[in-house]
Design a protein around this ligand. Structure first.
Ligand code: SF4
Length: 390
């Protein structure tokens, strides 16, 4: 007699948009090691960097909200090289080091630390740049801060329904929402309002704009499904869909991604920008003949540049129009990624072999350099690299 195969217990897997879907898209192997293992990563540095910057924006926004103003620019006592991340003493309450200290502590309690002293310094420099350059324009626009958005979606069918562990999955994220009333009240000179109006000139009635921050630079324009350009678009569209599931939500008209790295560009940002301008791979470039144009073209590593605030802001702000069709396309893409993760979970259960099941398939050198598992990674050890942005 043939016995039926026991069906696995049904659960509803919980997927975070950034922690799971985007991480898996960047590299399946590192995703598995970081998120699928019961062991926490030894240095979850990418998490630290992004969460630190989000935390700085949120805490500073709360302070602005309590007082309805802040004395911008806020000073930041940048940590010195090699300095231990101890509690800062003797600094004014509004120094960004003082604002940042509880965030560093909270992250440390979760086992999250900066990769190096340089990474910590860079995080404070970028926090200073985004808070002082964007904060005065952004904070008055915020309607809802740090709102958790959550929804369930059907899991695409796999090849063998007997081994499926779920028919639906939960998707969640955290967003800030900008309101139409707050936008209407702002002067035309507000760079966020100007960028929204330039891409969405017909906006009227009641609507919302959602916003998210990336610690990185603006990625090159790319149609590859796994490129940072495309993943950023999917993320915003999916946040918009999740927001639309909440009863109090108004229609989401657009999403904004803020690339914080553009506000304080360093050697990596400038060399990538120069290369992408030469190859026509980036969408925001300085006008020919302007000081920004000459500075970038003449830039060499080690040379200082003084790019205009307007150009840096235009590079930092990416507006992504949201429609029903665009949300549908993005969520369908996210469904396919979740299906692929579920397939790997089933494959691993069958093969009992992590390395064979989860390919090391990062396309980005920076992701690999920050990866804890690079020493034993066949891809990392088979340079030269496929350069991102080429
Ligand atoms: S080194 Fe790169 S390719 Fe290898 S596991 Fe880490 S992120 Fe993936």
């Amino acid at each position: 007699m043939e016995l039926p195969i026991k069906r696995p217990d049904r659960i509803i897997p919980d997927y975070s948009l950034t922690g799971d879907v985007l991480s898996f898209s960047r590299c399946q192997r590192s995703y598995r090691y970081y998120n699928g293992s019961s062991l926490p990563p030894s240095r979850p540095v990418q998490l630290w960097y992004g969460e630190f910057l989000h935390g700085m924006m949120e805490r500073t926004y709360r302070l602005w909200q309590e007082n309805q103003s802040l004395p911008f620019p806020l000073h930041c006592t940048i940590p010195e090289e090699g300095e231990r991340p101890d509690e800062p003493v003797g600094l004014p309450a509004l120094d960004l080091r003082v604002i940042g200290w509880p965030i560093e502590q909270a992250l440390a309690h979760q086992g999250k630390f900066a990769r190096s002293s340089d990474a910590r310094i860079s995080a404070y420099e970028r926090a200073e740049a985004v808070i002082n350059q964007l904060g005065p324009h952004l904070f008055p626009l915020v309607d809802v801060a740090e709102r958790k958005v959550i929804g369930t979606r059907p899991l695409l069918p796999g090849q063998n329904s007997n081994v499926e562990r779920a028919t639906r999955y939960i998707l969640e994220g955290i967003i800030d929402v900008l309101g139409h009333t707050q936008l209407d009240d702002q002067p035309e000179g507000n760079p966020l309002k100007a960028a929204i109006v330039a891409t969405q000139p017909d906006l009227n009635g009641e609507y919302e704009i959602i916003i998210d921050y990336k610690g990185s630079r603006r990625p090159p324009v790319d149609t590859d499904e796994r490129s940072d350009w495309q993943l950023g678009e999917w993320q915003v569209q999916t946040y918009a869909w999740l927001r639309s599931q909440q009863p109090e939500a108004r229609p989401v008209a657009a999403g904004i991604l803020v690339y914080i790295g553009e506000l304080a560009p360093g050697t990596n940002e400038l060399s990538s920008l120069k290369r992408e301008m030469r190859r026509g791979r980036t969408d925001v470039v300085p006008a020919n003949g302007t000081p920004d144009y000459y500075q970038i073209n003449a830039w060499e590593p080690g040379r200082q540049v003084n790019l205009s605030g307007d150009f840096k802001m235009r590079r930092a702000i990416r507006i992504i129009p949201v429609t029903q069709a665009s949300m549908q396309a993005a969520t369908a893409a996210i469904d396919r990624v979740v299906r692929a993760i579920e397939d790997r979970v089933v494959d691993e259960r069958t093969s009992n072999h992590i390395r064979q099941t989860w390919p090391a398939d990062s396309q980005d050198e920076a992701t690999c350099v920050a990866c804890d598992f690079r020493v034993s990674c066949e891809r990392y050890n088979s340079r030269p690299w496929p350069q991102s942005g080429q």
